[in-house]
Design a protein around this ligand. Sequence first.
Ligand code: ZN
Length: 317
Amino acid sequence: MSKSFYKYNPDTLSYDKVYPSVWQRVWSIFRQLFLGILIGGILFAVADYSLDSPIKQQLKKENKLLLTQYQILSKQLDQNEQILSELEDRDDNLYRGVFNAEPIPSSIRKPGFGGTNRYEHLLTMNNADLVIAITAKLDMMTKQLAVQSNSYDELTEMVKTKEERIKNMPSIMPLSPKQSKGIGSGFGLRVHPIFGDRRAHTGVDINAASGTPIHATGNGVVESAGWENGYGYTVVINHGFGYKTRYGHCRELKVRAGQKVTRGLLIATVGSTGTATGNHVHYEVIVNGQYDNPAKYCFMNLTPKEYEQMLFDSENR
Ligand SMILES: [Zn+2]
């Protein structure tokens, strides 16, 4: 059954049946469709512009919250950065100082990331500046923390060797202060008591009665114990860490080469063997192959006053 339309005819004053062509009908449908879409579109645009959808409203709310949250994070990062830099400062100037370790240079603590912008992918974001600033802060902090953590590992290692170093370092007088009769000859240039010329004295001569016990001044291994030209019966101890000590003109040796010794152990007795004018121990401290003033290494069994006196006496004037 085909659809029919009626059209008013003013001439006959009646309705005539009209049969539209296919083309007319298609055009009519198309026109109505177009109008529908147009009106719908206008209505949607107006609604979209003036009213937010619930999802849009939710997103806007979240965006606002995120921005606030980012600002809070940024402030917290600043505070953490402050704490970290205080830790670094303490590390460089206190902890590392205690172990004579160099401070870590700031080029290592705060390295530049250099080159291309590594945050380019974030540039399209709203609030890109804030997001990039926070990301950059976090990246820097991650590096700083890694450096700090390494430094603490290093310190732990130093603490371990420091203990051993303290035990090995020569740090007492080789003779009991009560039995010592004072410094006969100090460290440095002096007129040689036997040869009569000015020459460097490589140790200190501590006077004491013959047979007075001589003690190892730090832990170590006996490097040699025997006769040395000029020094007579002599003990040399290697303390490791670059330290050696020599005890010359002994009357009697109590240790053998290769023997492990601990600080305070009896290693020999005072005598006047070799080229000596009287009973004394010729005591040397050798640091990395260089003779040093032994008085600097005699602080442990002396009172501060005795130590000051010893330093004073040990210098050749
Ligand atoms: Zn001497």
